[in-house]
Unconditional design. Structure first.
Length: 369
């Protein structure tokens, strides 16, 4: 009896379609596509895995911090306090680097600064957990010395953290016993990423898992374990570092290292169908540096106007995109300053839309095949 009822319904539908009072074949196909997209959207709602890759010092971890600020209500009081140790050690590391540079570059400093340099190099200040009051005046003396300022102006010739001026200019606040790091302090401070860290957050009904892995050469062997199930790769380039050398060997140009790395990642078989987003980071430092150091020091084939920001950006974009060996693979490009929360928020919104659209289209194409 049940079979008979089903047969009657089937014949009725057939008659309706012939008479034009039932859903057309086109309509049924449209309904199927809508159902498929809804099903895929539900899968998307579960999780989108974003993999942050790039060379050391590119700013990947700063972008991860920004996701926490933008989507997870920032840092708790305890989390802010935990950054104090990193900030103290960034500060002493920066002034020590500058002192070493004066020696290496043959720059003279005053007798008072010589004495101050002896103090800051003492073994007991190798690893700070609090800020020793006896370090405040020696660091101030050194930072005010014209020789140290001269070395700072030649920072491309040695290794110096980007946060040097941020912390050394604000030593009284940082060394105060009541000091609590601000959001900007946390974004500026540098801690080497070792292993794999994750930030999980939601945007609307969509869950994101942002995976950050160390960018220095010793850390890259861990990248492979993060490759499966990646929705999109966010490759970060510190565009301001075209005249700097790697921390790891002090001979390889950082921009050349980024180009080499991007070529490997962009054309990796794991990511043949994966959305690729190219972040050109540190636009603020890049713009300032171009006024003093021409991009031609790194790229002799650069023919843009000297000091022109737009020309330089276009040249770097073309340089990286030319490494994509798959004509059907699109690489989405964004320029940003990772320490600027508003800039990162705008860029991430655009990336989020790209990733979701790309994934829906890819899954639908796969289903249609």
């Amino acid at each position: 009896a049940q079979t008979s009822k089903q047969e009657v319904r089937r014949k009725r539908r057939a008659v309706q379609e012939v008479m034009g009072c039932g859903p057309s074949a086109e309509q049924k196909r449209s309904d199927e596509i809508s159902r498929d997209l809804n099903d895929q959207k539900e899968q998307l709602d579960n999780e989108i895995k974003l993999l942050l890759l790039g060379a050391g010092e590119s700013g990947k971890s700063t972008i991860a911090k920004q996701m926490k600020i933008i989507h997870l209500n920032g840092f708790t009081g305890d989390e802010r306090t935990a950054y104090k140790v990193a900030i103290f050690n960034n500060t002493i590391s920066c002034i020590r680097s500058l002192v070493r540079a004066t020696v290496d570059l043959g720059i003279e400093i005053s007798a008072e600064s010589q004495q101050a340099s002896e103090t800051i190099r003492a073994p007991e200040f190798e690893m700070l957990h609090t800020f020793p009051p006896e370090l405040v005046q020696p660091i101030k003396t050194l930072w005010a010395d014209p020789g140290i300022k001269q070395a700072f102006a030649r920072a491309s010739e040695f290794q110096l953290l980007d946060c040097a001026q941020h912390f050394l200019d604000d030593l009284d606040r940082i060394s105060n016993s009541e000091f609590v790091p601000t959001v900007q302090d946390i974004l500026a401070c540098r801690t080497k990423t070792t292993g794999v860290s994750e930030v999980q957050f939601g945007v609307g009904t969509t869950r994101f898992r942002l995976v950050d892995v160390g960018g220095q050469r010793s850390e890259r062997k861990k990248w492979m374990s993060c490759f499966p199930d990646v929705t999109a790769v966010m490759f970060v380039v510190a565009m301001s570092e075209y005249d700097l050398k790697l921390y790891e060997d002090n001979t390889t140009n950082r921009m050349f290292e980024s180009l080499k790395l991007f070529k490997e990642i962009c054309n990796n078989k794991y990511f043949s169908d994966t959305a690729m987003i190219l972040f050109f980071n540190k636009t603020d430092i890049f713009k300032q540096k171009l006024e003093k150091v021409d991009l031609g020091v790194c790229f002799p084939d650069y023919k843009g106007k000297p000091g022109d920001y737009e020309d330089a950006c276009q040249f770097l974009q073309d340089k990286f995109l030319s490494l994509n060996e798959n004509p059907s693979k699109r690489v989405y490009v964004h320029f940003t300053c990772a320490t600027d929360t508003q800039s990162v928020s705008v860029v991430f919104d655009a990336c989020k839309d790209i990733v979701i659209q790309d994934l829906l289209q890819h899954r639908h194409a796969g289903g249609a095949g």
